[in-house]
Ligand binder design. Structure first.
Ligand code: 5GP
Length: 125
């Protein structure tokens, strides 16, 4: 079920539980502000999810209420993760689903990093 990007933060959403190590994940990166792990249902040869450590439901919530340090931390983490995954030369795609029309399912902001093959048109027509 797509979520409402303006709903209150649910401390028991699946990514909050991954952050607390209550659920295993294939972690690829962690620092003060961000963590990244492989998507459980990859849609490309590389499909990594990058999340802020803070309790933000969506891009809307994060961009409006996170500190400058958290925002810079997430953006720099995404760039580093893509570089470390060897995606810069071949190219990659970032996606942050936000709210019902996007189909966002997990109510903790996540940036998808896709790469490893030509990714096709930006959206289905
Ligand atoms: P959304 O549709 O919200 O943008 O994307 C949610 C993503 O989270 C999906 O690509 C889905 O495969 C991934 N996902 C859902 N549950 C888990 C989980 O428990 N572990 C991991 N690693 N990924 C998950």
């Amino acid at each position: 079920m797509p979520i409402d990007a303006t709903q209150p933060y649910d401390e028991n959403n699946i990514f909050a539980r991954i952050l607390r190590d209550e659920i295993p994940s294939r972690k690829v990166y962690e620092d003060e502000h961000a963590m990244a792990f492989h998507d459980i249902n990859p849609l490309a040869p590389t499909h990594i999810l990058v999340i802020p450590k803070g309790p933000y439901v969506s891009w809307d919530d994060f961009s409006a209420t996170a500190s400058d340090g958290e925002i810079a931390g997430l953006v720099r983490a995404v760039g580093k993760i893509a570089r470390d995954a060897g995606l810069v030369e071949s190219g990659y795609r970032l996606l942050a689903n936000t709210g019902p029309n996007s189909g966002q399912e997990v109510p903790h902001l996540h940036v998808h990093v896709f790469g490893g093959r030509p990714l096709g048109p930006m959206l289905a027509r």
